[in-house]
Design a binder for this molecule. Structure first.
Ligand SMILES: Cc1ncc(C[n+]2csc(CCOP(=O)(O)OP(=O)(O)O)c2C)c(N)n1
Ligand code: SF4
Length: 277
């Protein structure tokens, strides 16, 4: 059962004492601020919230909150978050990470999390690069991005996470920009309140390996159309937009997946006996 907080919570109530080790200017600072503001606005106390991640600069978020946290294996934030939510539906479960973590090694889990539509919120800090491992291209890197590691660029078509999410069954899809922490917080609040699997793609510059991403501040703009509940229409829009439309892009009506809880068919001792010599 949800325990109402005795007095209004603030973003500070969700921050841990650990000081982020991100590079000065990294977009992830503002995303952390947005997440803590959103949690305060939703009002569930930190002990009723679990923040789950894989590995990457962006995946350090759980350590910087004082909610329950799980800093897991690279690419495995979503199976962890899914299992947790299914067994503890009373918790607010938020997964966070980067484009490498979520769309490369974790790409298969991403699709199936969308398909399962468990009531989770997934915040992806997309900087179109592997920041933590020093600048390799990620699935969302543009083909012509020239770097010392891949001279002349990859020449590969980028993965389009929002279209994949829509096709696979995500129930809420939004895009935001880290330079607007208040707007990002509002989207995260809406995503948390929306039933089912919600994806928020946050354009979050990696100022160290992609300094040109500082220009995103001049390129982002509000989505020119109202959100739709028609995923075909939403998919067409995000396929043809400029990649800088900010706001809610899709609000679906799928019922979240939540199998009956607490009706185990097998006693734990019985299950253990199968594995004991
Ligand atoms: C199984 C496994 N493979 C590879 C790595 C190395 N690795 C750590 S973080 C990372 C990519 C991080 O990129 P992203 O998720 O985009 O996060 P960012 O650092 O840019 O925030 C990789 C490849 C690992 N830790 N574990
Ligand atoms: S390497 Fe990039 S993503 Fe990682 S902390 Fe530095 S600026 Fe942020």
């Amino acid at each position: 059962m949800t325990v109402e907080a005795a007095c209004p919570l603030t973003a500070r109530d969700y921050k841990s004492d650990y000081k982020p080790v991100w590079c000065p200017g990294c977009g992830d600072f503002s995303v952390l601020l947005a997440i803590t503001k959103a949690l305060a606005e939703v009002g569930r106390p930190p002990e009723e919230v679990a923040v789950v991640s894989g590995i990457g600069c962006s995946s350090r978020v759980p350590a910087y909150t004082n909610c329950y946290g799980f800093h897991g294996v690279h690419g495995r934030a979503l199976p962890l978050a899914t299992g947790l939510k299914l067994t503890r539906p009373d918790l607010l479960v938020l997964a966070a990470g980067g484009d490498g973590d979520g769309y490369s090694i974790g790409g298969n889990h991403f699709m199936h999390a969308c398909r399962r539509n468990v009531d989770l919120t997934y915040v992806v800090m997309d900087n179109q690069v592997y920041g933590m491992t020093k600048g390799q291209p990620s699935p969302t890197t543009s083909p012509e991005w020239d770097s010392a590691l891949v001279p002349g660029g990859t020449g590969l078509r980028p993965f389009h996470p929002l279209v994949i999410a829509l096709a696979a069954g995500a129930n809420f899809v939004a895009r935001s920009f880290s330079g607007d922490p208040n707007g990002t917080a509002e989207l995260i609040v809406e995503a948390i309140r929306h039933p089912g699997f919600s994806l928020i793609e946050v354009l979050s510059p990696c100022v160290t390996f992609r300094p040109e991403e500082r220009e995103w501040a001049k390129q982002v703009h509000p989505a020119p159309v109202e959100p739709t509940d028609d995923r075909g229409r939403a998919a067409r829009r995000v396929l043809t937009d400029d990649g800088f439309n900010i706001g809610v892009l899709y609000r679906g009506r799928r019922r979240p997946y939540q199998p009956p809880f607490g009706q185990a068919q097998v006693e734990v001792a019985e299950f253990e006996a199968e594995f004991l010599p």
